[in-house]
Ligand binder design. Structure first.
Ligand SMILES: [Zn+2]
Length: 411
C-alpha cells in the first residue's frame, strides 16, 4: 500500500481538516449545548443521537441509523477510493440519571463528530481512505460499544479514537500505565434454601442469607490474595422477607474487576468457588450467573497516543505530562480496544481537580473552557487520522503494537 503523497499534499489535507473544524465550531457547540440541555440516559438518547446523526448527514456522511439493533446507535461514513484505511471516531451522548451530563458525554459527542468532519474534509485531498463516526449509546449502563462490537458494526475499522473530558490532571495516555481501564463483570449470586419459623423450628430451615454473608466473608478473605489492580465489591440485593422467617432466598451482586480480562476471569472463578463453599456449609442451592457481557480492560495504543499528544500540544491544548496512574474505572471502550488499535484520550475541561459524575462536571461540560478544549481535541484527532491515512508505516507500527498487546492477553 502506498499513497505516494508529498509532504505538501499531506499538509494541504491537514489545513483542510483544521479549517473545516473551525468553520463548524459554532454549530458543534450548539449541538453540544442541545445535548447538554436535553440529558437522556442510557438507551434513551433519542433526541441526542438523532441530532448527531442529522448533523453528520447534512455534512455529507452516509448514515446508518439503529445499527446493532440499538435505536440510538448509528454509523456515519465518508469513503474515497477503495475506502482503506478505515479510521473511526467514537461519540457518546448518554447522561446520568438524576444528574444530567455529569460525565461530559455531550462533549464526547462533538469531539468525535468534529474530528470526523475534519478528517472527511481532508479525505477530499487524499486518493483513498474511509472515515467513520460511530454513535455509541449507553456507555454508563449496558455498554453500547460491546453490543455494537458483537454485532460486527466495527468490522473493517483499522484504528479508532475518542476523547473523554476530565480535570486539570487529564492528559493523553502516552506512557505505559496511563489511559488504562479495568476489565469488569457483574456476577449474581443467588441462594435457595428452606424457610422455617425463625424461633419455633429454625432447625428445619436452610438459611440463604447465611450463605450470602459467608460469601461476603469469603470474598473479604480473598482480597488479601489478589493483585493490586483487582477490585471486588458487592451488595445484598435480597436478604430475606421478615426477621422471624428463615430466609429461603437471598441474592448478592458483585462487580469483579481485574487488570486484564484473563485475570478478571480467574477472579470470577475464585468467587464462584467461595459461593459454592457458602452453599455447602449452609445446605443451600447456588445459582451463579453472569447476566451481562464483561467490560474488557483498555489496551491503549501508545503509538497513536504519542502522535495525538503531539497534535494536541501543537493546536494549543495545555496539558500536563502523562504519568502512570493506576487503572480504576471500567469502560466499554475496552472491548473496542481488543479489536484494533484504539486511543481514548483524556483532556481537561476544568482548571482544577474535582469529583467526577458531579454537578461540577455538569457545569464544566457547558463551559467556555470545555468547548474550547473539545474543539482542540477534535482537531488533534482529525490530524492523527490524517497521519494514519497517509503514513502506512505509522498504521503498521500501531497495528504491530496492538497485535503484541492483544496476544499478551490471550483469551
Ligand atoms: Zn464518561
Amino acid at each position: 500500500m502506498s499513497t505516494h503523497l508529498t509532504p505538501a499534499e499531506v499538509e494541504t489535507a491537514k489545513q483542510a481538516a483544521v479549517a473545516a473544524i473551525d468553520a463548524a465550531a459554532d454549530s458543534l457547540i450548539r449541538l453540544s449545548k442541545f445535548i447538554h440541555s436535553h440529558p437522556e440516559i442510557a438507551l434513551e438518547e433519542y433526541e441526542s443521537s438523532a441530532a448527531c446523526a442529522e448533523f453528520l448527514e447534512e455534512r455529507g456522511f452516509a448514515l446508518e441509523r439503529g445499527v446493532a439493533e440499538l435505536p440510538t446507535a448509528f454509523s456515519a461514513s465518508v469513503s474515497v477510493g477503495d475506502g482503506a484505511p478505515h479510521i473511526a471516531f467514537l461519540s457518546e451522548y448518554d447522561a446520568l440519571p438524576n444528574l444530567g451530563h455529569g460525565c461530559g458525554h455531550n462533549l464526547i459527542a462533538i469531539a468525535g463528530i468534529g474530528a470526523g468532519i475534519g478528517a472527511a474534509a481532508a479525505l477530499r485531498h487524499l486518493p483513498k481512505g474511509r472515515v467513520s463516526v460511530f454513535g455509541t449509546p449507553a456507555e454508563e449502563a449496558v455498554g453500547g460499544k460491546i453490543i455494537m462490537a458483537n454485532a460486527g458494526v466495527f468490522e473493517g475499522v483499522d484504528a479508532a479514537m475518542g476523547a473523554h473530558p476530565g480535570t486539570s490532571e487529564s492528559v493523553c495516555p502516552t506512557v505505559e500505565g496511563s489511559g488504562e481501564a479495568l476489565a469488569c463483570v457483574s456476577v449474581i449470586i443467588a441462594f435457595h434454601g428452606q424457610s422455617a419459623h425463625a424461633a419455633a423450628d429454625p432447625w428445619n430451615g436452610r438459611n440463604a442469607l447465611n450463605a450470602v454473608i459467608a460469601t461476603f466473608n469469603g470474598v473479604d478473605a480473598l482480597r488479601q490474595h489478589v493483585k493490586s489492580d483487582a477490585r471486588l465489591h458487592g451488595i445484598i440485593r435480597h436478604g430475606g422477607d421478615a426477621a422471624n422467617v428463615v430466609p429461603h432466598f437471598a441474592e448478592a451482586e458483585f462487580f469483579v474487576r481485574g487488570g486484564t480480562v484473563a485475570y478478571m476471569n480467574e477472579l470470577v472463578e475464585k468467587v464462584r468457588k467461595i459461593a459454592e463453599g457458602a452453599a455447602l456449609i449452609t445446605g443451600c442451592d447456588l445459582v451463579f450467573s453472569i447476566p451481562d457481557e464483561a467490560n474488557f480492560d483498555m489496551i491503549t495504543n501508545r503509538t497513536m497516543a504519542r502522535v495525538m499528544d503531539a497534535h494536541q500540544r501543537a493546536v494549543g491544548l495545555v496539558l500536563p505530562e502523562a504519568k502512570p496512574t493506576p487503572a480504576s474505572g471500567s469502560t466499554d471502550w475496552g472491548n473496542v480496544s481488543y479489536l484494533f488499535p484504539s486511543v481514548e484520550t483524556n483532556y481537561p475541561i476544568l482548571d482544577r481537580v474535582c469529583t467526577w459524575h458531579s454537578q461540577d462536571v455538569v457545569d464544566a461540560s457547558d463551559s467556555a473552557l470545555g468547548y474550547e478544549n473539545t474543539i482542540k481535541v477534535a482537531k488533534s484527532m482529525a490530524l492523527t487520522a490524517i497521519d494514519l491515512l497517509t503514513d502506512p508505516d505509522l498504521l503498521r507500527s500501531a497495528t504491530a503494537e496492538f497485535q503484541r498487546e492483544r496476544e499478551a492477553r490471550s483469551i
